[in-house]
Design a protein around this ligand. Structure first.
Ligand SMILES: NC(=O)c1ccc[n+]([C@@H]2O[C@H](COP(=O)([O-])OP(=O)(O)OC[C@H]3O[C@@H](n4cnc5c(N)ncnc54)[C@H](O)[C@@H]3O)[C@@H](O)[C@H]2O)c1
Length: 286
């Protein structure tokens, strides 16, 4: 099957970036969020990203204009479900809300439409089971920011068909991304591998082996990392980081995934990292 039209549900941090990448690659895109304010905020972020690109000489004004021209922003789920080949869901990381959305979309969309979820940690198989199309249901896990990160993990659910996998792998390549197919397992590839690494950095901190700054500096200067593990957790948000750690730990029950106390304490105190001004580091007013 060939994908020609794409609908992105959710215009937040990930959704607006995904919509932009798809439109920049020439696809007609519908981007849906719950209110005018939220879809406009998503559109505004896309406009800013493109105009920064124009100023830096990375995108031509004509390409920026045609990209924006291919994005229809809406609050109507019916509009997003109409005339589309692929739904990419990027709403909040909550199983019940995602299931509710997919139930409605299953009713509204034509039978050939593929459903893809951008979930980081939730089960693709469980979401697929509430629809009548588990063979046309798949994960499409983009990385933040979608405009810049090359990888898309493609977790396949229990009943995802080979044709659906092939269609989404092909699409990822057309979008200029690098696909990595995996099974529907907690944390997929990247988050599963990184979780013990983040935990060990927190253990070093708890044991007083090194300061947060020295841990991060060591990994950047000696390990080739662009960001150290603790600053990366602050960047993602410690509340989000803890939720992800808990999902993997609860599913796999191995100590290497168990959330560390320093992370739990910071989250309890409301110190979520960059977004609250304090986490493993303290940030000035931004
Ligand atoms: N933030 C990241 O770094 C990251 C990376 C990879 C994957 N993800 C995943 O992507 C998804 C979205 O994350 P985000 O960071 O963009 O969240 P976000 O909170 O920035 O955006 C979510 C958006 O979805 C909207 N929304 C909620 N219910 C909706 C509905 N029924 N229809 C349309 N819009 C709806 C919200 O209003 C909000 O604007 C989550 O599943 C998350 O786990 C996030």
């Amino acid at each position: 099957m060939t994908v020609e039209r794409i609908s992105v549900i959710g215009a937040g941090l990930m959704g607006h970036g995904i919509a932009q990448v798809c439109a920049q690659a020439g696809y007609q895109v519908v981007m849906r969020d719950l209110s005018e304010e939220l879809v406009n905020k998503g559109l505004e972020r896309i406009r800013k990203f493109l105009s920064d690109g124009v100023h830096k000489g990375k995108v031509s004004q004509a390409d920026a204009d045609s990209t924006l021209g291919r994005i229809l922003a809406t609050t109507s789920l019916e509009e997003a479900a109409r005339d589309t080949d692929l739904i990419i869901e990027a709403i909040v990381e909550d199983m019940e809300q995602k299931k509710q959305l997919f139930r409605e979309l299953d009713r509204l969309c034509a039978p050939h439409v593929i459903f893809a979820s951008n979930t980081s940690y939730l089960s693709i198989t469980e979401m697929a089971a509430v629809t009548g199309r588990p063979d046309r249901f798949i994960g499409m896990h983009w990385f933040n920011p979608p405009q810049l990160m090359r990888l898309i993990e493609i977790p396949r659910g229990q009943d995802t068909s080979e044709e659906t996998v092939a269609t989404i792998v092909e699409l990822a390549k057309r979008l200029g991304k690098v696909p990595a197919v995996c099974s529907d397992s907690p944390g997929f590839i990247v988050n599963r591998l990184l979780q013990p690494f983040y935990n060990e950095a927190m253990s070093l901190l708890e044991e007083g082996v090194a300061s947060a700054q020295d841990i991060d500096t060591a990994l950047k200067a000696g390990g080739g990392f662009r960001m150290g593990p603790l600053e990366l957790r602050d960047f993602v948000g410690l509340d989000t980081a803890l939720r992800g750690t808990e999902v993997i730990y609860n599913a796999l029950r191995h100590d290497k995934f168990k959330p560390r106390q320093c992370l739990i304490r910071l989250v309890k105190a409301g110190h979520y990292g960059r977004k609250t001004g304090r986490g493993f580091y303290t940030y000035g007013q931004e």
